[in-house]
Design a protein around this ligand. Sequence first.
Ligand code: FAD
Ligand code: NAP
Length: 549
Amino acid sequence: MCAQQKTSADTRTEFDAIIVGAGFAGMYMLYRLRGLGFSARVIERGTGVGGTWYWNRYPGARCDVESLDYQYSFSEDLQREWNWTERYATQPEILKYANHVAERFDLFSDMQFETTVTSAHFNEGTNRWAVGTDRGDRFTAKYCIMATGCLSASRIPDFKGVDTFKGDSYHTGRWPHEGVDFSGKRVGIIGTGSSAIQSIPLIASQAAHLTVFQRTPNFSLPANNERLTPDKVREYKENFAELKRLARESPAGIAIEVNEQSALEAAPEEREQAFEQGWNQGGFHLLQAYADLLATTEANETVAEFVRGKVRKVVQNPEVAETLAPKDHPLGTKRICIDTYYFETYNRDNVTLVNIKNNPVTEILPNGLRLEDGAEYELDAIVYATGFDAMTGALLSMDIRGREGERLGDVWAAGPRTYLGLSVAGFPNMFMITGPGSPSVLSNMIISIEQHVDWIADCMSYMREHENATIEADTGAQDAWVDHVNEVASLTLYPLANSWYLGANIPGKPRVFMPYVGGVGAYRIKCDEVAANGYEGFALDSKVMEPAR
Ligand code: FAD
Ligand code: NAP
């Protein structure tokens, strides 16, 4: 079915809720609101559902949280009927899943595609949001729910001459749907984050030559991907409810056990053995080896050096190995990457690594690029694996205005301030799903998405029952939450890295640690307490009651 056919034929312009974005967050939000009898319209820029998995179609794109964990948990029937084929599902398989969910629960009829929300203004006279789009739509709704994604605003750095390049250029987060054939081409890739690390081995196997321009080397662990056996899938399905309960109560939204012991208490040989075991299990298992690997620099250094040792063993050229071995940040303080033959790729004759740490790209030329020292590289294609304006980018690209016409961009000029990552003081009835100040990107995001959606849906039901017109975060409660988010982050190693968690990848972006490091389980308890205490920290107003439509 093509997107035009899927797009809602409904011509209404007034809804209980406008939901911006049709990724996993927007899809589940619509499902919940429908079930509660609220009217809602999802507005999505792309031509289909899936969000991240709709846009990021670069070669090698996969989840790095295991497929069995990275799926919705809200429907027993859905989990029973869907069968993942690999330990780490490919982007096409995840996108197929998203489409399956949308078809199965008949979500398309309330979705509008190829439409970008450009503005959302709160009207204090009517207590309703006026939402505008690039197609000239004007919707009004009691609630405006931002399911716009933490990693959806892809970003090409402001390189001089970027538009002068005569070859083909691509951003990993906006990959052409028809795919790209790099055969016979001299390709340059800028960036060595998760997207680059997944795509480099595949691009290298196709291109005539691949030049990788690396600013910061990343810690990457082997996926050890494999096909899922029917037995493994059956076992997971049978224990699904319990595994999801454990995931919801866990720090990162994944039901895994962590060794309670300190890495520093273990003898070096014992530690090596534990690390070796974690490494061989693949994925994030290495981090389970000891309790304090992400807690102290000393413990962290033991596992960081283990990984650097692996890089030195795999990469044959010692100079290249040293350039690839991360030394400027503790392991885990930038998002860990999960790869398949990433480091091995540097042993190929057609791959060159260029260290641009102290020799940045100064200009994109019609036939390649130039570095600060004057070196020029001739290229037929450039891949920008340069990441996203994370967490705030998608929100701030819209003209969002709350009470007294105050702009979200102004309120957040020094960095995002939210209450629980769900709500912003001065912006009544606007919710964010996995917003800054919530665990979001530090977790299995589907678990975090479901928790936020359920909380918002419950809140809207409560308000309907209590005839509340608006809900709005108190400035005091918000300030206290922001202080708490900052305080817990400052107790960790995270601030030691120049990561996108801190906005450090964008020149001029305020340096604020955006996600909440307190853990998914503890955070859920806090949100549940807030709701149980009559939405503590929020002001609920019942003066003007809008009839449900
Ligand atoms: P998205 O999937 O980002 O969806 C947001 C949607 O909103 C997009 O479709 C966008 O077009 C739309 N939108 C935004 N602004 C507007 C606007 N103004 N108007 C209209 N539409 C708008 N997380 C994990 O937990 N595990 C993983 O393995 C994992 N792998 C990832 C791999 C990649 C390549 C990337 C980039 C991210 C990955 N993530 C992973 C994070 C991932 O973003 C989340 O898991 C999840 O898919 C987010 O869903 P979402 O609906 O919140 O946002
Ligand atoms: P990213 O992690 O932000 O990586 C961007 C890369 O581009 C970094 O190496 C960065 O270097 C480099 N870069 C940015 N600006 C540059 C400039 N001006 N000059 C040179 N280099 C520059 O982005 P991403 O790889 O797209 O991943 C983003 C997030 O999406 C991940 O962290 C993860 O959460 C998610 N993701 C997950 C998977 C998965 O495995 N499932 C795959 C892809 C993405 P610096 O590090 O020096 O800034």
